[in-house]
Design a protein around this ligand. Structure first.
Ligand code: GCU
Length: 650
């Protein structure tokens, strides 16, 4: 798939997500010229042809109203400029994928785009989606680890799919929102998937070809034990010359097959994955060995900071999982090679509905960092619940660390993808909004997530009568989810293993380091320096003081940082236990309103989408009621404090 990319290939028979034909109305009604050669120009030309054919415009070679011009190489191939001349012609110029980004910028802006001028460039060079897809179906984790959208989009029957039409349509969606890198396999690298690096490489070549015309570079998750597993060596010691030469040879072969290959993603010494600790080496030694192999080709190692003791003894109150990434990695600041990016989860634990921002992000000034989000809704309703996460990610990216915001400290953003072979891509059709918002925030982390939601709705749903109700349904959905699940930042309380639905004590006596410490007097984790694990000390000023003191700690994070009595009064004026009751009732009521609002949209959205979302809302309501009742009953039994409003608690 290259120079011959045609309109039919762009528009196969799949759910159009945010690119239905109606989204191209303004652009497609114009006379459009595309100037330039190569895969990106071809993609833009095919888009312009499809749009103008649908809306009465034309693809022309002279006298355009819209001129899309690929210029010669310059420093910033992802940037684009829009100018307008006296005759009213709008011109977009770019030296690379910026042309595609400029095209889609105009699509999103509709009519108003043709009045504007200016320059645009992405805030981050790294805007990446990680697929946790396995080639084979894993006996426990299935085909997509933490995937809630059917099987893998990429693989079937133990190989890359023979027909990549849907993958091409997916690449098109990603390119339209500026995503520029994908990792093609799960960070937990099993046996078959390890071989993508060697004998299965021709399969990866096929995928890379499909992503390339959309400005997207392919990456592989690799196992640190590859030299043993694939190379027959007796060690994977990163300082061993034979190991280094194996990585160099293997990497050179990858680049011979895929010249624009992006690099490796590595989960090392984490949840059972092999890593440098086995050889008495540190994570800089490990990352740098792979970086050395990638460096001659311009490749990058995405090295994950998700390293903690997953065999903790729950009786041991001195170990705090929240501390782990900072404890392991900050001493290594300055020791990573230039082509290493340290990939840090947005919070210190694990993608909970509410966590503080990871302190690692502010603590490694001479290391390139990328923040990792979870678009797949492992802990936020598994794409059975509506939970628009744009506001969560926006809060993280705009979080002020001292006088700087996270987005000025990070070199990029990555996220775990939420798509699969589901006809709606994401299982829950409304979960497409999360994918969309991720790409748009990765381009501009200062964008208002609520505006992005409006933008997504307007593109995706042609009938304007659906827009306001949908916005009302979705905009507060993260808060609603937070309200009916674990309270005040304490986290987990999910069913162990699959992480769906409530089980308040499910993790309380396990090895995973995720405890809430509820007893008859109070609840929460003491992470203070004064009396707890000292985690608050990992933050710079002012946050180390703000979080240390329950009087200044924000309510929504109180139980993440403090163990407090049930009668502790929040800034809201309510006691902790009354807050638990109130939010759990309110969360269910919010879902009930979602059901009513969605019902009112029948006939205003397509029948298949209406039916699928209706089905999911039934489950969301059932599950929210279960959460409410289990959490409220649990705290009533522990505390003995009745609900001030006398509502039913079982
Ligand atoms: C979570 C998730 C795992 C995943 C891990 C990771 O713990 O439950 O399935 O492997 O994160 O990010 O590596």
């Amino acid at each position: 798939m290259n120079g011959s990319l045609g309109a039919a290939e762009l528009l196969p028979d799949v759910h159009p997500a945010w690119l239905p034909p109606t989204a191209f109305r303004a652009l497609g009604a114009r006379r459009v010229r595309v100037v330039g050669d190569g895969p990106i120009a071809d993609t833009v030309r095919a888009e312009a042809l499809a749009a103008t054919t649908a809306h009465g415009g034309a693809l022309v070679t002279e006298d355009p109203e819209l001129d899309l011009v690929l210029t010669g190489p310059d420093d910033d191939p992802e940037a684009f400029a829009i100018t307008r001349d006296a005759a009213g012609t709008t011109t977009v110029t770019a030296s690379g994928p910026g042309l595609l980004y400029g095209f889609h910028h105009l699509v999103r802006a509709g009519e108003s785009a043709f009045q504007e001028t200016g320059e645009h460039h992405p805030a981050y060079p790294v805007r990446m989606l990680d697929h946790w897809d396995n080639v084979d179906v894993h006996p426990v984790m299935g085909q997509v680890e933490r995937g809630y959208s059917g099987g893998s989009l990429l693989y079937a029957d133990g190989a890359v799919r023979p027909d990549l039409t849907r993958v091409a349509a997916y690449a098109r969606l990603l390119g339209s929102i500026g995503v520029n890198r994908v990792a093609l396999n799960n960070v937990n690298v099993h046996r078959t998937e390890a071989r993508l690096l060697t004998d299965l490489l021709p399969e990866v070549v096929r995928l890379a070809e499909v992503f390339r015309p959309h400005g997207i570079r392919a990456h592989l998750s690799v196992t640190f034990a590859s030299p043993i597993l694939l190379g027959g060596l007796t060690t994977a010691d990163p300082l061993d010359p034979e190991v280094r030469s194996w990585w160099a040879r293997t990497t050179a072969a990858v680049y011979a097959a895929i010249p624009d290959f992006g690099g490796y993603v590595v989960k090392a010494d984490s949840e059972g994955q092999p890593g440098p600790f086995s050889y008495g080496r540190d994570h800089a030694d490990g990352a740098n060995a792979l970086a050395e192999a990638l460096e001659p080709f311009g490749g990058t190692v995405f090295w994950r900071a998700f390293v903690y003791d997953h065999h903790q003894d729950w009786r041991d109150r001195t170990t705090d999982r929240a501390r782990a990434a900072h404890d392991h990695f900050t001493p290594l600041d300055g020791e990573f090679a230039d082509n290493v990016v340290l990939q840090v989860k947005n919070g210190p634990i694990d993608f909970q509905p509410r966590e503080p921002v990871s302190p690692v992000i502010a603590a490694m000034p001479t290391t390139r960092l990328a923040v990792e989000f979870q678009v797949t809704q492992e802990y936020t309703g598994q794409q059975r619940h509506v939970c628009y996460l744009g506001p969560q990610w926006s809060e993280v990216l705009r979080f002020p660390f001292g006088d700087r915001e996270v987005h000025t400290l990070a070199a990029g953003v990555t996220a775990v993808s939420n798509v699969g072979d589901d006809p709606f891509w994401t299982g829950h059709p409304l979960a497409q909004a999360n994918l969309y918002a991720f790409g748009r925030l990765a381009w501009d982390p200062t964008a208002d997530p609520d505006e992005l939601l409006r933008e997504w709705i307007a593109l995706t749903f042609p009938d304007p009568a659906a827009h306001a109700p949908l916005h009302e349904l979705m905009s507060g959905s993260w808060r609603a989810y937070e309200d009916y699940t674990a309270p005040l930042g304490v986290g987990f309380m999910v069913r162990p293993g699959d992480h769906y639905g409530p089980d308040v004590d499910g993790y309380e006596y396990t090895r995973w380091g995720t405890y809430h410490f509820a007893d008859r007097d109070g609840v929460g984790v003491d992470r203070t320096r004064a009396t707890g694990t000292g985690f608050t000390g990992q933050y710079p000023q002012p946050w180390r003081e703000v979080y240390e003191d329950p009087g200044t700690c924000p309510d929504e994070l109180l139980l993440f940082f403090h163990h407090v009595p049930y009668g502790h009064v929040l800034h809201s004026g309510k006691t902790v236990v009354q807050h638990v009751y109130d939010t759990h009732f309110a969360g269910v009521e919010a879902v009930e309103r979602m059901v009513t609002t969605w019902e009112s949209l029948r006939g205003k959205v397509s029948d298949d989408v209406h039916e699928r979302v209706t089905e999911r809302l039934v489950e969301q309501l059932r599950c929210a009621v279960e959460w409410r009742d289990q959490v409220n009953t649990y705290f009533l039994r522990k505390s003995g404090v009745p609900d001030a409003h006398g509502r039913t608690i079982h």
